[in-house]
Design a protein around this ligand. Structure first.
Ligand code: ATP
Length: 222
């Protein structure tokens, strides 16, 4: 199993007590599979992504990323695991204004110390995969919202992650562009074999995903 959450409980401090954001949540996602997470505001969707990303350590339960049991890892080991095996796509693309689309991707991989020639080839291949081969030299302000989100997705795939975590990728897009971005994510999930978890408010496109889970009050409901 590429991503495994096993009986995960996460609480946050809340006044004198604790607020339970995730309550005994289990989730298994194998490579090449895309799972949508839906649920009301405040139900725990972002918390689930944060735990899967090893950004937040749960009070209880196991998080296994690409076969690596994460509980015993220290902060540096978790950061290395994220860099090497986890791709994260946030709601807002957060692209660097002064860099071209190609450079946004190259920067990611240089951080992990790969050879420049191989990095450039991979970046161009990914920009092609997300339909932006012709726009590789454009900067963010010269791209549409949908195109920026595609750069964001390509960037998350630069280090060949086993797990791809995506937070509200369509919230800034109209219906048609949102559908196209989700189609792209599902295609990339299959092609690249990632275990993909996608949080969305947008129920319109769920048919495109392999599976949908609903989170309510921190619990996964059938
Ligand atoms: N850092 C934090 N400290 C304290 N409470 C938090 C923290 N982050 C989230 N919470 C609380 O945990 C619960 C779950 O929040 P979470 O952000 O996971 O929900 P969500 O389903 O992603 O919501 P939304 O759809 O509005 O983004 C909420 O009650 C929220 O207020």
């Amino acid at each position: 199993m590429t991503l495994l959450l096993d009986d995960v409980t996460l609480t946050y401090p809340d006044g004198d007590g604790r607020l339970t954001a995730l309550d005994s949540v289990s989730l298994e996602v194998s490579g090449g599979t895309a799972v949508a997470v839906v649920g009301p505001s405040g139900s725990g969707k972002s918390s689930l992504l944060a735990v899967a990303a090893t950004l937040v350590t749960p009070d209880r339960g196991r998080v296994v990323v690409d076969g690596v049991e994460t509980r015993a890892l220290d902060r540096a080991a978790k950061a290395a695991l994220r860099r090497q095996r986890v791709g994260i796509v946030f709601q807002q693309p957060n692209l660097l204004p002064s860099l071209t689309a190609l450079e946004q991707l190259q920067v990611m991989a240089h951080l992990s110390g790969r050879r420049p020639g191989a990095v450039r080839r991979r970046a161009l291949d990914l920009l092609d995969a997300v339909g932006l081969a012709e726009l590789a030299r454009r900067r963010p302000h010269q791209l549409s919202g949908g195109q920026r989100q595609r750069v964001n997705i390509a960037r998350a795939l630069m280090n060949e992650p086993a797990v791809l975590l995506v937070d509200e990728p369509t919230s800034a897009l109209d219906h048609e562009r949102g559908a196209a971005v989700l189609d792209l994510l599902v295609t990339l999930t299959r092609e690249r074999g990632t275990a993909t978890v996608l949080v969305t408010h947008d129920r319109a496109h769920l048919g495109r995903m392999d599976r949908t889970i609903t989170v309510m009050d921190g619990r996964v409901t059938p």
